[in-house]
Design a binder for this molecule. Structure first.
Ligand code: C6P
Length: 417
């Protein structure tokens, strides 16, 4: 089998030259990195942007009235504006920097959840959520006497949105769901959920951890109330994530963490919070990482997010086609590549995913094995663990071939052929 596309969406060979790590060998074999859903690799442009900031404009932001601090602050603000534009909001003030998507979701549960949700209110999430969009709501629900409900998944891996009418009630205050599942790849159209949630006055949180890196996102068109994602899955560094929120909601919310930078006045008589977004950014922020994320956004925008998505559809289609021909392999998630992101999760009959991943590693192929921080989903699927290959802008069809060869070899070694 071979992947022949008339006009590929991306020049992957040229892109790979920007990622020095990809040219190394692992266990004597060329590295085949198929774990970008966990964290992506970084192009030199991002590393150089951070290095440049450290070498030329490093000083704490929002504090100094000297040139270096002002330069650092300007670079930090410019990164915020780029990220705002990247997800379709003209208001950089609606972008709150967090450590990652997990922190952004916890911020919402602590701040919005504890200020605005009352006993008997309902939160709706889905059966396919990552723990980051599950545990904070479960903890909040238990603490405040809220009801937590789940939109079920269908056999084909899509969400059963017909169940929404029965789930959403006038007591529903918040609906939160993954735009793209990190296990099934399922893409969920936010429109019907946003419409029904808003009809009862509930707010909508979209976990964009697996969508923002891979496809065009427009939070205004989506009309979601909050949107979260992590920088490290989209070519950026670790330690920087984003919470987008509608301005009036962010303004009404109490702070999550308190301390320096998030106040406009502190005296023995009390405190006044700073304006958004600084109200939510207590302490010295990860501004170098924000600058790195700004450079990542520049890199992705130069490729074009539609082209990024088109490449993902090409490579995912090819992987689904190849893996589905292997005997004893069960594929999870929708089979239509237009309805899924760039993750292919599978199980090989009578081989534990961890054993499989170790044997693949011997061939230089890096995949993730386990429950991928989605244990409830795995319970729902009736398996303890799965294997997952995930793709990005630098993934070549020949790497999918290497994956398939390595799975076949693993089956032979474990005498299950
Ligand atoms: N999923 C994966 O291998 P953090 O860890 O905060 O950057 O991202 C959390 C998160 C939230 N939602 C979704 C849909 C995610 O996929 C993730 C991270 C990685 O699938 C690491 S567990």
């Amino acid at each position: 089998m071979s992947c022949v596309v008339a006009q590929p969406a991306l020049d992957v060979q040229a892109i790979r030259r920007d990622f020095p790590i990809l040219s190394q060998r692992v266990n004597g074999k060329p590295l085949v990195f198929l774990d970008s859903a966990a964290s992506s690799q970084k192009p030199t442009a991002v590393l150089e942007a951070m290095n440049h900031a450290y070498c030329t404009a490093y000083a704490n932001v929002h504090r100094g009235v000297y040139a270096l601090s002002e330069a650092a602050t300007a670079a930090y603000d410019a990164a915020r504006a780029k990220i705002a534009a990247f997800i379709g909001t003209p208001e950089p003030e609606c972008i709150v920097f967090t450590r990652n998507a997990t922190e952004a979701l916890n911020l919402l549960a602590y701040s919005y959840g504890r200020a605005f949700l009352r006993e008997g209110d309902e939160i709706i999430i889905t059966e396919l959520e990552h723990h980051a969009n599950f545990v904070p709501w479960m903890v909040l629900a238990r603490e405040r006497g809220l009801t937590l409900k789940f939109i079920p998944i269908r056999e084909d891996g899509l969400l059963d949105l017909e169940a929404l009418d029965a789930l959403i009630t006038p007591r529903t205050r918040l609906v939160s769901f993954a735009h793209v599942s990190n296990v099934l790849g399922t893409i969920t159209d936010p429109a019907p959920i946003v419409e029904r949630a808003h009809a009862v006055g509930a707010v909508v949180v979209v976990d964009g951890s697996q969508s923002a890196p891979h496809m065009p996102v427009d939070v205004r068109a989506m009309d979601c109330d909050f949107f979260v994602f992590s920088g490290h899955k989209m070519l950026g560094p670790t330690g920087i994530g984003v919470l987008y929120g509608k301005r009036e909601l962010l303004e009404a919310m109490p702070p999550f963490l308190t301390g320096g930078d998030m106040i406009s006045y502190v005296g023995f008589d009390g405190v006044r919070w700073n304006d958004v977004p600084l109200k939510f950014e207590a302490g010295t922020p990860a501004f170098i990482e924000a600058i790195g994320l700004g450079a990542a956004v520049d890199y992705l925008q130069a490729l074009g997010m539609s082209a990024v998505r088109a490449h993902e559809v090409e490579i995912t289609s090819y992987a689904l086609e190849c893996i589905s021909t292997l005997p004893g392999v069960r594929l999870f998630g929708p089979l239509d590549p237009n309805r899924r992101g760039g993750v292919v999760t599978f199980a090989v009959e009578r081989i534990h995913p961890h054993d499989l991943a170790s044997l693949l590693d011997q061939e230089g192929v890096a995949i993730r094995a386990g429950h991928h921080c989605a244990q409830p989903l795995h319970q729902r699927l009736g398996v303890n663990a799965t294997a997952r290959a995930s793709f990005y802008i630098y993934t070549l069809p020949t790497e999918v071939d290497a994956l398939v060869r390595a799975i076949e070899r693993a089956r032979v070694i474990l005498r299950r052929a």
